[in-house]
Design a protein around this ligand. Sequence first.
Ligand code: B12
Ligand code: SF4
Length: 348
Amino acid sequence: MSNNELKKKIVKWAKEYKFSNVGFTDIDLSIEEERLKDWLNNKFHGDMHYMEKHGEKRTKPELLTPGTLSIISFSANYLDFNTENPIKVLQTKDKAYISRYALGQDYHFIMKDKLKKIAQLINQHTDSFKYRTFVDSAPVMEKPIAEKAGLGWIGKHTNLINRDNGSWFFIGEIYSNIRFDIDKKEDNFCGSCSNCISACPTNAIVAPYKLDARKCISYLTIENKGVIPIKYRKQIGNRIFGCDDCQLVCPWNKFAKKTNISSFNSNKGLDNISLLELFSWSEKKFKKETESSPINRINYNQWLRNIAIGLGNSNKSKEIILSLERKKNEVSDLNVIEHIDWAIEQQT
Ligand code: B12
Ligand code: SF4
């Protein structure tokens, strides 16, 4: 079978496995290498040391997986249309806002499994196929690769946007030793729009296409293991896991399609749940409820820390103060206690 015939088959398999898009590109990421260096030199990565620790493997795919000649990039829509309206949740101060991507099951496993199955199919149709599959699981520049493969363009908020699907999708890829014809890079259609920059509650998009992760609520509530600086706590509002504001205001998201991967649907009612209810969870319940969810990335102390901030930002209520005081007596982590004290102060 010729490489072009195989390429057509891969596109067909991608659809069968419910990916929203697939594209092919080469391994030249030289422009991105400079941009990544710049970002790291600015210390925009904060404590995400994994972003600097692999040297050039991130921007030189052939160093990460020797023999790689092409990359097949895949995207999978994750938005569930049957959830409470996100804007309404953000405006209801006693509710918890959890990022849309974290309402269903963990994409890392779901997508990787699909990619492996596609790689096995490729293997059956060709000799000596060597590959590796990735979903946010190694030093890979997923967005620039997807952009080069024609899956969308990097928007001013730094997420990848697709003309027909908006930006509510995940990205994964297969590094391949087969050289495929490459697809056309997508043009940028942000134009003069800067909705995302204005909407960001913490001004984390410091210039178009430049995100200071240290200020991003997604980083503060998920990647940051320690204290959330006081200067960001008010702006965090009720966002207890990640943040979607820059995507919620993006005009291209009116073209977003609902996910057709049922595992990504919100199945635990986390789209419309009160902060107090989540704050009452024991560590055991937290682990059980989040075991197959992206929320599993944070630990119980980070969970309590984030919800404490949300409660501090809620309308004043005796019930909230009582719940904060009760939890303060139960926990031993000094960091959590400090956030609870802050919340009690806001409430009194
Ligand atoms: C580190 C990381 C984060 C960090 C930093 C984000 C960031 N922008 O880098 C934090 C924790 C903040 C984060 C947050 C989120 N993340 Co994240 N994250 C990653 C990760 C692991 C690496 C990203 C990376 O390489 N950053 C390095 C810096 C240098 O890249 P960059 O900021 O994107 O900047 C690029 C461009 O802006 C460009 N650029 C710079 N200057 C200029 C100038 C011009 C003119 C142009 C055109 C471009 C340009 O150059 C840079 C390199 O390409 C990827 C997975 C992966 N392995 O790729 C997921 C990933 C990017 N995250 C993802 C998601 C879903 C999110 C959140 C939406 C989750 C949430 N709801 O809370 C938020 C979105 C926040 C935001 N506005 O970006 C998805 C994005 C899917 C998509 N449609 O784009 C990814 C791809 C995971 C996945 N496999 O699906 N994330
Ligand atoms: S995810 Fe939220 S905090 Fe981060 S850049 Fe977007 S709007 Fe700003």
